[in-house]
Ligand binder design. Structure first.
Ligand SMILES: [Zn+2]
Length: 257
């Protein structure tokens, strides 16, 4: 059965009980890291996930609450004897900068004991596929809405994910500008939706999700105002989405789907 492990469930502001955004999907014999907010390397160790079986990392966009822990993940792998190759997917406009930053922190790809590839997303076909799963991405407006008027020449790339594996479908919103940006990802049956809850009112995104063919919804990337609102949100979910369909993430949450 595919599994989900939440490593960090905060949004841009960590709280006393939440680190920034990161989760691991387990499919087949492989593990896949989605976003790498710090302190995901620490959480990987504490969770007991065999991090050297992580086959690929998918960074939704370069905001630090999604990317800031990736260098420690690679250092952890190097210092614990990893030999298996690792692919890290980042927005195309960030590939050069991320490759340079790995060199800046002395993680030269040519001296690591494993093959490290920093790769760009492309839309319209699976960006990654192995015998456990396939991953497709859709660009969203999260960064454009915030920054485009000031930086009109930048691409401001940010992505949402459709993951298929083990007969199951997982959708991860990443950070989005509008709930209906998820339309193309939710037009079939979805076994698990991992959705951010920092850029909407909870009732707004629940109204959008009501009636969609989704078996289980996890809200993560919580706005700090919602830090201690888990029960209220889950009760609202019972009312608006259906009994026990919604769970609010906490750091360390594990489930099978
Ligand atoms: Zn974010």
């Amino acid at each position: 059965m595919p599994t989900l492990k939440i490593l960090g469930s905060a949004s841009g502001v960590p709280t006393k009980k939440r680190f920034t955004t990161s989760f691991v999907a387990g499919m087949g014999e492989g593990y896949y890291l989605f976003d790498a907010g710090e302190a995901c390397a620490t959480h990987l160790v504490r969770s007991g996930i065999p991090h050297n079986r992580i086959k690929a990392v998918f960074i939704s966009h370069m905001d630090p609450d999604h990317s800031g822990g990736i260098f420690m993940v690679v250092q952890l792998m190097e210092l614990t004897g990893r030999t298996a190759p690792l692919k890290i997917f980042v927005p195309p406009e960030a590939v050069g900068a991320v490759r340079n930053y790995f060199r800046t922190v002395w993680l030269f790809p040519e001296v690591l004991r494993f093959k490290l590839e920093i790769l760009p997303y492309c839309e319209g076909r699976p960006v990654y596929r192995d015998r456990n799963l396939s991953v497709r991405v859709w660009g969203n407006q999260h960064l454009k809405r915030r920054l485009q008027s000031r930086y009109p020449k930048l691409k401001l790339e940010s992505y949402s994910f459709l993951v298929r594996g083990g007969g199951k479908t997982l959708v991860y919103s990443g950070d989005i500008a509008r709930a209906d940006e998820l339309d193309p990802l939710l037009n079939g049956k979805t076994d698990l939706l991992v959705a951010e809850l920092a850029h909407f009112k909870p009732e707004e995104i629940m109204a959008y999700l009501a009636g969609k063919k989704i078996r289980k919804i996890i809200f993560t990337h919580l706005h700090p105002d919602l830090d201690n609102q888990e029960r209220r949100l889950e009760k609202m979910g019972d009312r608006l989405l259906g009994k026990s369909k919604l769970a609010v993430a906490h750091d360390g949450l594990s489930l099978g789907f």
